[in-house]
Design a protein around this ligand. Structure first.
Ligand code: MG
Length: 209
């Protein structure tokens, strides 16, 4: 399976649609352990991505598209989600030169580089109750997968969802709920939930191609 620009656009739009659809739920669960604005920030990020995708009519490369998009997402007002999501996109761009076709190997590398960029800007790792609890298992699943891109995204969405569910058992060490200490236990991390929803949307998008 090879992804071209139009397929990439539909997959990204599907990821954003799920985030926009679930924005209210994200703010609701953020209100339990944070300041209750995660859905608002995530909706802004998703709308920024969607708008960039919709405007991508020229023959600029995926690398250029992701680099420009990363800058726009980093500039979205509200919380730490914007610089984190922006860094992930910028990391993805670093996997690319001027390719217009994404095959399995390049697809793995895109996500691997995105995760590497995250490791550079956040100290959070598995079990710290942040978006990394969904992102790390999703990307590791993609990296080690021997199936096609559709299968990779399905498995990654499942891994991200399981990772986000597990955050309910963790005590926050970084991020929104770190001051709550053990009182953060019993609540899922909204950042992990939104990241898992994005992978679910990507997977739904590729199933519709
Ligand atoms: Mg917040």
């Amino acid at each position: 399976m090879i992804l071209h620009k139009e397929e990439w656009k539909s997959i990204f739009n599907s990821g954003c649609a799920v985030l926009i659809d679930q924005a209210e739920m994200l703010s609701k669960i953020d209100a339990e352990i944070g300041d209750g604005d995660h859905g608002v920030t995530i909706k802004r990020i998703a709308e920024t991505i969607k708008s960039a995708v919709d405007k991508w009519h020229d023959d600029s490369t995926l690398k250029n598209f992701l680099e420009n998009l990363a800058g726009q997402v980093m500039g979205v007002a509200g919380g730490s989600a914007s610089p984190l999501w922006g860094s992930f996109l910028e990391g993805m761009a670093q996997a690319l030169e001027d390719q217009q076709e994404i095959d399995e190997e390049l697809f793995k590398n895109l996500f691997a580089k995105g995760l590497e960029a995250m490791y550079e800007i956040t100290p959070a790792r598995l079990g710290d109750k942040t978006m990394m609890d969904a992102l790390i298992p999703a990307v590791e699943t993609i990296k080690t997968s021997e199936i096609d891109i559709k299968g990779m995204l399905q498995a990654a969405a499942k891994a991200a969802q399981e990772g986000a569910d597990k955050t309910a058992h963790y005590q926050a060490r970084y991020g929104r709920a770190k001051n709550l200490k053990e009182r953060s236990i019993g609540h899922k991390d909204p950042g992990a939930v939104s990241m898992a929803l994005f992978f679910t949307g990507l997977s739904q998008g590729i199933n519709k191609l």
